[in-house]
Design a protein. Structure first.
Length: 191
């Protein structure tokens, strides 16, 4: 009986997993990442705001400015991930909910591994896009700049523009959900 109990999560842990699933689901309604652009001619700033399924902000203005340095346009068509990312996130929330229902530690370990792999893949993908946009510049552009890679988080200066890259509320909700997945394993560990 003690062996079976060691492999089963408690009802309280199941509730924690439900909260984690809800956080993941809620993240779909908030921005996951954003870039803010400031320059003397734009003291109020320009934004590119990335949700799991769309882009918002002053995209047209940013694209107009990026044209001068030969950067490709930011658009939802250029990011095919936006067509299916919300389904992947919803699927992850569903897996966490299933973990809460079946209460098996082994399944929770699987979900944590999948979650971590998805997070790492997402970071790699975002970095890949930033690298592509910053280094694949049109050599015939009116203004020549050295290739650059904007940071995922942090500050970047290019000409008279200062750019700040930040995580959005959606990402913080997902990070909190990921942390919540470990609480049942710690709470229900065998003595």
């Amino acid at each position: 009986m003690s062996t079976l109990k060691g492999k089963q999560l408690s009802p309280v842990s199941s509730i924690i997993l439900v909260v984690s699933a809800l956080l993941i689901g809620a993240s779909l309604f908030f921005p996951w990442w954003k870039m803010e652009f400031y320059a003397p001619q734009y003291p109020e700033g320009l934004n590119i705001i990335v949700y799991p399924d769309k882009l918002e902000g002053e995209i047209d203005i940013v694209n107009g400015l990026n044209h001068y340095i030969g950067m490709a346009n930011f658009s939802e068509e250029n990011f095919p991930e936006l067509k299916y990312l919300s389904y992947l996130i919803g699927g992850l929330a569903l897996l966490v909910l299933i973990a809460a229902i079946i209460r098996k530690k082994r399944f929770l370990y699987f979900v944590i591994g999948l979650f971590a792999a998805g997070g790492l893949l997402g970071i790699w993908d975002l970095n890949r896009w930033l690298k592509n946009f910053g280094t694949d510049l049109d050599p015939t552009a009116p203004i020549q700049v050295d290739p650059f890679v904007p940071p995922i988080i942090g500050e970047n200066t290019l000409a008279n523009f200062v750019t700040y890259s930040k995580l959005g509320i959606g990402t913080y909700l997902v990070i909190a959900a990921f942390i919540f997945l470990f609480i049942p394993l710690w709470k229900d560990r065998q003595k």
